[in-house]
Design a protein. Structure first.
Length: 575
């Protein structure tokens, strides 16, 4: 009996011990998970976040010390900084100068008596920077009283002094101390750059008058000043201040690669015209310099032209017409120089061309270059928003279709650039094309890489019903954008899942600069109704040789096309 009682008590004690131990382990594990989440949250906390949590008196005393001493030395800093700004910003102002002005220069430039205040300082983690440098970021706020006067001269020779007042600025400046040396002050030079602009506000006033009395000047000048200031010092642009004697040219901004961009099309663009349709065009850039910003052709609907636009149309060769301007096809090709893939973006801005009036903004989008895999073509659809800095835009402004390829300069031998004209040429073909210096005979030969793309329209699935009986009579029209070659499949009656299995051959002069457009229609006794379309480049066919894939039909409530594409290259040599 005693043995049985002992076994029972032992078993109960064992079960209780195991349950208690399991609960303890679960509680301990939960505490560890919560602690890890808290540590990760603190690691992601920014200076701005800390300002929300901590009152000003809790900030380190050395930050107040830094601001105190900056106030003391500000008159000397003002003199040096004003000269640096004049030398760096004034050439940029001239570059951005509106066409209505003949010249744009500073006549006075001092930063005033109010020094900026540092509201946060951080040292970059050594794992993110070069071991031979120290990188510091300063969160800066400035509500200054500068004396800045711009002397502008109009085309008719009239000079107008414009004062820049009420400047408010907040942003993050990056300082790079490099190279690190043993000699005091332990670094050879300082590079500075505006890492992030949070706010830049100012007002313009004609000295002795009102700038609003001069139509168009205020808006043009405001945009010019902001673009010039930002692009002259915004990262990755950096200014170098030598501290110790030496050659620091290697610290200057240098290209690290090239970005090839195909601006293919857009869809569902907002119509900005009350009468007729929009005339969309796009501006594409990495840095918003005029010299490096690329502009597409304007897609104009001829049926929507007013009489006053017709003469203007014939004087602008960059305009082409299409039937549906809310879904334009540009097929434009651009190349950009890249300086820093980790921070730079490709930006696309879409506008409605208003002819002689100012173009109206439709929307913009951007893609981070860090999202691109070097040497690999990326096909993307980007949603257009009002402001890429604050993308929480619920309004549907449309989408833009891009094909992107980034090629690093340091690895050009490792990557084949499919947008390079010599991409698929052998050494013999290159010699024939470029010549070998033997009297120029071979230099006269022109090697053209052409090809035949065979497009098989296999089938379609889930097409929308267009007949009262819930059926459709679909067919497909195939066309090449540049060469305007066209083919048409047969009409299949009473089906939403047609199977054609028809193949069409297109002779293409440049497969990497051509677009294939497939439009799906419903055949009707009195004509045809458009269901939707597919637009695609031939890049994938050229790179892969052949492939089969399913493509959604844009503009249709449902449906997709099943296609097979095969690329057969041809080499033609002509004298």
């Amino acid at each position: 009996m005693g043995f049985l009682v002992g076994c029972t008590l032992g078993f109960a004690f064992g079960v209780a011990f195991i349950v208690a131990f399991a609960r303890y382990q679960n509680t301990r594990s939960k505490r560890r998970i919560d602690l890890a989440a808290a540590v990760a949250a603190f690691a992601r906390m920014t200076v701005e976040d800390s300002r929300k949590l901590l009152p000003p008196h809790c900030y380190p005393s050395w930050l107040s010390w830094l601001n105190h001493h900056l106030d003391k030395i500000w008159p000397y800093v003002d003199e040096a900084a004003s000269e640096i700004i004049r030398n760096s910003v004034e050439p940029m102002l001239e570059q951005y100068r509106p066409s209505i002005l003949a010249s744009l220069k500073f006549s006075k430039l001092t930063l005033g008596t109010v020094a900026p205040q540092f509201t946060g300082v951080s040292i970059m983690d050594c794992t993110d920077v070069d071991p031979g440098e120290v990188v510091m970021e300063l969160d800066l706020q400035w509500d200054g009283d500068p004396n800045i006067v711009l002397e502008i001269k109009t085309k008719v020779g009239v000079s107008i002094p414009i004062q820049v007042k009420n400047i408010g600025f907040t942003g993050v400046f990056r300082l790079i101390f490099k190279p690190l040396v043993e000699e005091f002050p332990c670094f050879g030079a300082v590079c500075y750059s505006l890492r992030e602009k949070k706010n830049l506000d100012f007002t313009l006033k004609v000295v002795g008058g009102d700038i609003s009395a001069i139509p168009g000047i205020a808006d043009a000048l405001e945009g010019t000043i902001k673009d010039a200031i930002e692009d002259s010092i915004t990262w990755p642009v950096r200014k170098i201040v030598p501290i110790l004697p030496g050659d620091y040219s290697y610290l200057e901004l240098k290209p690290v690669g090239t970005l090839e961009v195909k601006l293919i099309e857009a869809k569902e663009l907002t119509n900005k015209d009350f009468i007729g349709k929009s005339d969309p065009f796009a501006k594409v850039f990495i840095r918003p310099l005029r010299a490096t910003t690329k502009t597409s052709k304007t897609i104009v609907c001829m049926s929507c032209f007013a009489i006053e636009h017709i003469l203007w149309f014939f004087t602008n060769s960059h305009i082409i017409s299409q039937n549906n301007n809310t879904n334009p096809i540009w097929n434009a090709h651009f190349e950009f120089t890249v300086e820093d893939t980790s921070t730079q973006h490709l930006t696309v801005r879409v506008y409605d061309d208003e002819g002689v009036q100012a173009s109206e903004f439709i929307g913009c989008a951007r893609v981070a270059l860090s999202d691109l895999e070097p040497g690999k073509v990326k096909d993307v659809w980007l949603k257009l928003v009002k402001d890429v800095e604050f993308p929480k835009d619920q309004k549907n402004r449309g989408q833009v279709h891009l094909e992107l390829l980034y090629i690093p300069l340091s690895s050009r031998s490792s990557y084949l650039n499919p947008y390079d004209p010599d991409y698929r040429l052998t050494k013999l073909e290159k010699a024939l094309k470029h010549g070998s210096g033997d009297g120029g005979d071979s230099a006269k030969k022109d090697v053209i890489m052409r090809g035949v793309v065979s497009v098989t329209v296999i089938s379609a699935q889930d097409l929308p019903a267009t007949d009262i009986m819930g059926k459709s009579d679909p067919f497909v029209v195939l066309m090449m954008k540049k060469s305007e070659q066209r083919y048409k499949t047969r009409v299949l009656n009473d089906t939403l899942n047609p199977v054609w299995n028809q193949t069409f051959d297109f002779v293409v002069d440049n497969g990497l600069h051509e677009l294939l457009i497939l439009e799906v229609y419903d055949h009707d006794t009195f004509g045809k109704d458009k269901v939707g379309r597919c637009v695609m480049t031939l890049t994938r066919a050229v790179l892969e040789g052949e492939f089969t894939d399913n493509f959604l039909i844009d503009g249709a409530k449902s449906g997709s096309l099943n296609l097979h594409l095969k690329w057969t290259p041809q080499l033609i040599i002509r004298d």
